[in-house]
Design a protein around this ligand. Structure first.
Ligand code: PMV
Length: 283
């Protein structure tokens, strides 16, 4: 059984969403492919290595197997992973591998899990590995398309193509604590910043003036302390050639993105909105 699931980018609202505000995220056409075959024992084969169930080397796949076996006990499976989603970039590679593994196991062993089941178990897998999850990554990876959170409202954007630039490894935990620190020191100011981000996210749903909203959201992320000199200088370089860009995800590294205007800026790659979430590729 071969199943694939997409990665994602957060368009607007990262960090603010941790404090109950809105975020807008979209599935992209970078996918993680998982091959599952029946076997007497578990084998996991990826670019990270060849292991059995191994919570250190393959935490997401191993917890996905563990959670799947709680519902449908199986003896073993050969699992091979091929992913075009760069890891540690905030593009949802971990959620995509969990979602694709769960669906591939369900299809191969005829467990009949619905996409809603797969999303819920993949979210549990994220919690198993990371201790917490907003659920955005597994949701977008399972269902595809563009969504407003926490409402889980489907959104249609006119813009379907974005350029992405990887600045470095992202630092989600560190950036979340940095923002929490800012909240502690300047609570009233902090509230105003995340309220302003919320206004931006809700405006973006209309799909108008996205470039302007990207610019203002990035300025506010900078105010929250999650940008850095390298990100700022890349963004001003892009501004000189008429492009707006912002952090996607936690910041402190990871990726920045902007709307594709017909040419690919140096060092970037193009992604498209993927309307399709997890899907069977073949048997
Ligand atoms: O870079 P990522 O995909 O880990 O993005 C994190 C986004 C945050 O809003 C900072 C955290 C979250 O769980 O939504």
């Amino acid at each position: 059984m071969i199943v694939s699931a997409p990665g994602k980018i957060i368009l607007f609202g990262e960090h603010a969403v941790v404090y109950g505000k809105h975020a807008l995220a979209t599935a992209i056409d970078l996918r993680c492919k998982v091959y599952v075959e029946r076997n007497d024992e578990f084998q996991i084969d990826s670019s990270l290595g060849k292991t059995g169930i191994d919570f250190k080397v393959h935490p997401y796949v191993s917890f996905a197997i563990k959670r799947f076996c709680e519902i449908n006990k199986i003896k073993g499976a050969k699992i091979k992973i091929e992913s075009s989603i760069p890891v540690a970039s905030g593009l949802g590679s971990s959620a995509a591998v969990a979602v694709a593994t769960l669906k591939a196991l369900s299809e191969e062993f005829e467990a009949g899990l619905s996409d809603e089941d797969i999303f819920k178990i993949a979210r549990q897998v994220e919690i198993d590995v990371q201790g917490a999850s907003s659920g955005i990554d597994p949701f977008v990876s399972t269902f595809g398309g563009t969504w407003l959170f926490p409402d889980k409202k489907k959104v249609e954007l006119k813009e379907k193509e974005f350029f992405l630039i990887k600045i470095g490894e992202r630092a989600t935990k560190e950036m979340i604590s940095k923002v929490a620190e800012m909240k502690k020191r300047y609570p009233e100011l902090f509230e105003k910043i995340i309220d302003a981000i919320d206004v931006i996210t809700l405006k973006a749903v209309d799909g108008r003036n996205l470039d302007e909203l990207i610019y203002v959201n990035q300025s506010l992320l900078r105010a929250l302390g999650v940008s850095n000199a390298e990100i700022d200088s890349k963004i001003s370089e892009l501004e000189k050639i008429g492009l707006k860009a912002k952090i996607t995800g936690a910041g402190g590294g990871g990726c920045i993105f902007g709307i594709f205007k017909g040419f690919i800026p140096a060092g970037s790659f193009l992604v498209r909105v993927s309307e399709e979430g997890v899907r069977v590729e073949g048997t």
